[in-house]
Write a protein that binds this ligand. Structure first.
Ligand code: MG
Length: 372
């Protein structure tokens, strides 16, 4: 690739192959070569990851587990073990950070790496992949390009164990015949509307007059679609996104109608959520619930309290009030609770220092004013 000079190789996207399944196979090597599916066990469980052997039967992520069983009755189903997945992820990301200074982790098994300043980006990435494999037995796919979009699409192009290096122009040539939905940020709805305009390939979308896209999708989105189709993208690898909210939610095995059961489920999730917040020294001022009914109507209700909190009593009280105020009229399929507007304890104690002694600065939890 004479065209791809050092300057063009600014960003890598690293993505472990079939992450959950691969970790399970390191523990149960006798299952290698067989269709393996990691999914929950309840009647509404969905597939989290399928081995490549299972994918050949049409089994894919986010598919109901029941459907996966019908498609591939011989598959071995394994319940997810997120504690182990997080631990392997941490080891993998430590290795990544030992090679590259600027890393943007976007999932347990995925990260963007800033390659600028590396003497030989390709060689460095080859070494990294080998080290990850040696340390975790996992294979990764890598995409390298001038920006995050090229890198992401390149890493997906030859999974598993792919290693694809492309300039922007090469990406346009290689994926020009692909459907627009290949591009992250062009979802099924947008793709369908592009199809109505006769734009069924990335090359067609990229060559379409910007005015047409802007008329159809609005100024910003329209312009963005055209740019993405030409693989023009901001190349920056950002710092890890700041966590501004945390939530717990649960889809019930059976729809719940009994208010007592709903309250109990919500209180349990609020307690779990607050325990997690407390562990990380986080508090938030906005408490919200999410309710999805059996007809998929989904509502959220939120209330902001006077002082950031991670107190399970406060969060539970507000969440239960919000639930009572909403009063679901149909059976509930999913229930969730969220605390947003998070600050860390450090920021919080700084703030407290400046208002020390101020009225209400240390109001006990049960005196918190709740705006109506
Ligand atoms: Mg992956």
């Amino acid at each position: 690739m004479a065209e791809a000079e050092q300057d063009d190789l600014r960003v890598a996207h690293l993505d472990a192959d079939a992450f959950y399944v691969s970790i399970e196979l390191t523990r149960r090597p006798e299952l290698r070569g067989r269709p393996v599916v990691v999914s929950g066990t309840g009647p509404r469980a969905v597939v989290t990851t399928a081995s490549y052997e299972a994918r050949r039967y049409g089994v894919g992520s986010a598919m109901p587990a029941a459907r996966a069983r019908r498609l591939c009755p011989d598959a071995v189903f394994i319940a997810p073990d997120f504690a182990t997945y997080r631990e392997v992820s941490a080891r993998m990301m430590d290795l990544v950070r030992s090679h590259v200074e600027r890393v943007e982790v976007v999932g347990l098994d995925e990260a963007y790496l800033d390659l600028e300043g590396l003497y030989s980006p390709r060689a460095a990435m080859r070494r990294l992949v080998a080290e990850i494999r040696a340390a975790t037995q996992l294979t990764c796919s890598v995409g390298i390009g001038p920006n995050r979009l090229v890198a992401k699409v390149a890493s997906d192009a030859e999974k598993p164990a792919g290693f694809v290096v492309l300039t922007r122009r090469q990406a346009c040539e290689r994926f020009g015949v692909s459907p627009p939905g290949l591009i992250p940020g062009i979802g099924p709805k947008t793709a369908a509307r592009l199809g109505e305009l006769g734009l069924t390939t990335l090359a067609a979308v990229g060559a379409a007059p910007e005015r047409l896209l802007m008329e159809r999708f609005g100024e910003n989105h329209g312009r963005d679609i055209g740019r993405r189709a030409r693989f023009e993208h901001d190349g920056r690898v950002g710092a890890p996104r700041k966590v501004i909210s945390e939530s717990r939610e649960r889809t019930f095995d059976r729809d719940l109608h009994d208010p007592a059961q709903l309250r109990e489920a919500l209180a349990r999730m609020a307690a779990e959520l607050c325990a997690g917040l407390a562990t990380h020294g986080r508090r938030g001022r906005t408490i919200a619930i999410k309710v999805r009914l059996d007809d998929f109507t989904t509502v959220t209700r939120a209330r902001t309290v006077a002082q950031a909190t991670c107190d399970a009593g406060v969060v539970t009280d507000v969440a239960l009030q919000l639930l009572a105020d909403y009063g679901p009229v149909r059976p509930v399929r999913l229930l969730g609770v969220r605390v947003a507007g998070l600050t860390s304890s450090d920021e919080d104690s700084d703030g407290r220092g400046t208002v020390a002694g101020g009225a209400g600065a240390r109001a006990p939890a049960d005196q918190l004013a709740l705006p109506v």
